[in-house]
Design a protein around this ligand. Sequence first.
Ligand code: ZN
Length: 492
Amino acid sequence: MTAYERLVERHEEIAVLSSCNALSSWDQETGLPPKAVPYRAAQRAYLSERIHALKTAPEVGGWLREATKELTDSESEAAANVRWWEHSYERATKIPSDLVGELEKTGSMALKAWEEARAGCDFATFKPYLQKLIDLNCRMAELWGYEDSPYDALLEEYERGARTTTLTQLFAGLRPSLVALADEAIRRQELRPPRSLQGSYPLDKQRAFNREVCESLGFDFEAGRIDTTTHPFCSRLAPFDTRLTTRYDETLFTSSFFGVMHEAGHGLYEQGLPQDKHALPSGASVSLGIHESQSRLWENHVGRGAAFWRHWLPRAAHYFPHLAEWTPEEMTAAVNRAERSFIRVEADELTYDLHIILRFDLERRLIERRLTVDEIPETWNAACLDLLGLEVRNDAEGCLQDIHWSMGAFGYFPTYTLGNLNAAQLFQQALTDAETVRQLEDGDYSRLLSWLQKAVHEHGCRHLPDELMRRATGRPTEPAPYLDHLRSRYLG
Ligand code: ZN
């Protein structure tokens, strides 16, 4: 066996264990009886430890060195896989196992403290845990290493190749345009408020409509399914097994519907990856910013577009008869209502990135030790007033609202905005094909999906996100297509 073949064999073993872990996690979210939770935690901890040990074993380092010498064509898929594995191996082996354990232990206690703190609107309860998580993340950043900012080392975990300075510039450019756009769109909307969609939407009808649309997008129900959870998500458990979840509101079908559109976007990416290479980097999704671009593209660019409702309103009215008296224009306006709100996960397309800019600025300064944990609530509230014009009344609707920091995830937030920018840029590129535009009017998404498969999905991790964007659209990620999209949607 060559060293490369040994690496493939090892990662195929890791993939089997990882898929068992993913299955037990999905099961925990969707239907595990409460009394079974402790043993499930033991199962998952065992699998995670085994996976980590197999990934970081000393022989893997030896195979990687040998494989690098063996492979002659640096442009080959095998060479790209080896480079990806090398990067992961180097990062994983730089963190001593006691630090991994400490992070896990602190994380589970922090999560509990955060839940209590949020319920009681009491930041002080969460503060010592947050401090500890920041300290641990700073220690990891030092071990991983970085050129400019320790935040770079953390970003690398979610978005390879992304850098703090580039993101700071990108967001600084975006910020004044977004603030001005929101002001103008909300002012115009007040003059002509959209119709309210509140009404009666039976759950079985919602399920049927969601499934019909999801199938038409190209989601393969022979290789996936939709379940119900409090927080929607998408997870590929194994090859040909992609699970979506959503939540239902009987008074508003859009809650489950756009949840499904979003998660189906993630799911189409997972289904579009080469399934026979699922154990290899060439068969895996490349980054969160690319993943989110797929969900946002289907949810916002397709699903909230005028062409979409020209086609789908009659079908929606078939399931929900009171919608028969709506026009497609009224429906499009209703699903694009803009509103400044405190809570990120409920924010509309227009104001969403202002929430991200706020978080990015805070967490970058926390990791660079330019902001203390004590200063978080005050800084958050001032930024919320500045960016959104809203006065935070308590920490639950302010700095305690998100789960990310309590899980020790710093560097995750900016990938949401990268996803929005990438989505707009990819969609703009896809629309340069006249036939794709024509198909969208007929509710036919085959040409759009096959372009996304060729431009994004099929490459797996072969190219880093910026290079992938450059190959797909001719340019690295930039804000112009997104701002153009928002302007035309909200200011017409
Ligand atoms: Zn998402």
